[in-house]
Design a protein around this ligand. Structure first.
Ligand code: ARG
Length: 463
């Protein structure tokens, strides 16, 4: 390569390295919205004439149409969406376009565009979560009587109903919803008019621009306005937590669809076959829902790292804020709608869930509680008697809930000699009675689960 070619190649590489147009073109509508508001404010302040403002508005509307109809050429030389739009505006309306950038800089412009984008995404993600919660409500309504083993340490623990189980996820997704909402409330400040870093000498009205763009107030410090990316970190964190919740439920769907559990069948559309094992049906889609959390957490950590030692105010490093956010948003939108479909289309086997309740002596605690409540035992003594009953059941290859009264009495000398113990004790060993006995607020009883569903219904009406 001769020197000239090398120079040109390097220049091209540098252009590519420096430019953000390939991804920040995603922000074209927010950029145009910001420019419309900015020029309107400049007009109201007497900085632009009405004619100039009208020309600029017409040109910007034209550019929006061109971009949406695919008639806009994004060029690397334009570097970013802000320059691309300004240059095209100049082409369309001529000299007047050059006045648009009065009292602003790309620093406040990009912060505003990105904030507007994230604000919109917080709202649309909330709508998607709400849709998912409606699906949960529909499923829960039919399953307040569907027994399954509640687990701790992935070991059978106590009987619960399926609605109660799913309502745990409902609570997670409700918190997610509130996180997106509160992030929007916290970040409802407009950077536009911060200019490069220190504000401007032009007589602008930042309150006007903020209100035209739907922000509550302008951000209070221009330097913070151009360098703050907390709102981007927040959406990345909120999406990360949401994706962690999606990953957790996906893990359960994967387990539940295995032969070992056989609680659900995932609809064929969301499972795939193996290229070698003809009998296989793999839960690829929930596995991907689980796996997506990796890149989503990565995007959060990438931006935290970019931001951690930036001196004030704007630094080009922050150009690295966008791709991760776009990626996390795109993937979480997909995850939310796919999870919704999987839940709607999966088949639930009440029989197998019930069968699983017959393993692991789920009512052992109930037996101990019964001895405390009805036979005046101290809990620790009752605990050991229940342990004996479990051992007895194991020796007979039965579950504690299937022991006869005689077998139960036979489980320890103390019980055998306990004259006041009668057949009523068997009621506490019934799985359904056990589930319904946990009737404390927030508990698993069918009654409490119905109350939780009612609370969900009211929440959905209010939010
Ligand atoms: N493309 C830039 C970004 O995304 C826009 C702001 C550039 N400002 C500057 N002074 N170079 O951050």
């Amino acid at each position: 390569m001769n020197e000239q070619i090398l120079k040109n190649t390097n220049a091209k590489l540098l252009d590519e390295f420096n430019a953000s147009i390939n991804f920040d073109k995603n922000l074209y509508s927010q950029d145009i919205k910001g420019s419309l508001a900015h020029s309107q404010m400049l007009f109201l302040q007497g900085i632009l004439s009405e004619d100039e403002k009208n020309k600029i508005h017409k040109g910007l509307e034209q550019i929006k149409k061109d971009i949406e109809n695919g008639n806009f050429e994004f060029k690397l030389e334009d570097e970013d969406i802000h320059m691309a739009i300004e240059r095209n505006l100049t082409k369309i309306i001529g000299e007047t376009a050059k006045k648009l950038h009065t009292a602003r800089s790309r620093n406040d412009q990009v912060a505003t565009d990105f904030k507007l984008y994230i604000k919109e995404k917080n709202i649309s993600l909330m709508a998607q979560i709400k849709k998912l919660l409606f699906t949960f409500e529909q499923i829960c309504k039919n399953h307040t009587e569907t027994l399954l083993p509640g687990m701790t340490h992935l070991q059978h623990a106590q009987p619960i109903n399926l609605a109660f189980h799913l309502l745990s996820y409902v609570n997670m997704f409700q918190r997610d919803f509130k996180r997106f909402e509160s992030s929007n409330q916290r970040n409802d400040t407009c950077p536009l008019g911060s200019a490069a870093l220190a504000g401007t000498a032009h007589n602008i009205d930042r309150f006007k621009t903020a209100s035209l763009l739907g922000f509550k107030t302008p951000c209070a410090n221009a330097q913070d306005g151009v360098s703050d990316r907390d709102f981007a970190l927040e959406i990345l964190f909120n999406i990360s937590t949401l994706s962690m919740h999606i990953s957790r439920i996906s893990e359960e769907l994967i387990l539940w669809s295995s032969y070992e559990f056989d609680f659900i069948k995932i609809s064929d559309e969301y499972a795939t076959t193996s290229s070698i094992m003809p009998q296989k049906k793999n839960p690829d889609v929930p596995e991907l829902l689980r796996g997506k959390s990796g890149r989503i957490y990565g995007n959060l950590f990438a931006l935290l790292t970019v931001m951690k030692s930036l001196p004030l105010a704007y630094n080009k490093d922050t150009q690295e804020d966008k791709e991760g956010v776009f990626d996390s948003v795109k993937n979480i939108e997909l995850c939310l709608s796919i999870l919704d479909e999987i839940l709607k289309t999966m088949q639930i086997s009440k029989e197998n869930m019930l069968k699983a309740c017959k393993k692991g002596h789920l009512c052992a605690t109930d037996f101990a509680d019964y001895l405390v409540q009805k036979q005046n035992f101290a809990f620790r003594d009752a605990y050991y008697l229940a342990k004996d009953a479990v051992a007895k059941a194991d020796s007979l290859n039965k579950d504690i809930s299937d022991l006869s009264f005689e077998e139960l009495k036979d489980s320890s000398p103390k019980l055998k000699s306990l004259a006041s113990l009668n057949k009523e004790v068997l009621t506490c060993l019934d799985l359904r009675n056990s589930m319904n006995s946990r009737d404390s607020y927030g508990g698993t009883s069918s009654k409490q689960s119905k109350i939780q569903i009612q609370e969900l219904k009211e929440w959905l009406e209010q939010n």
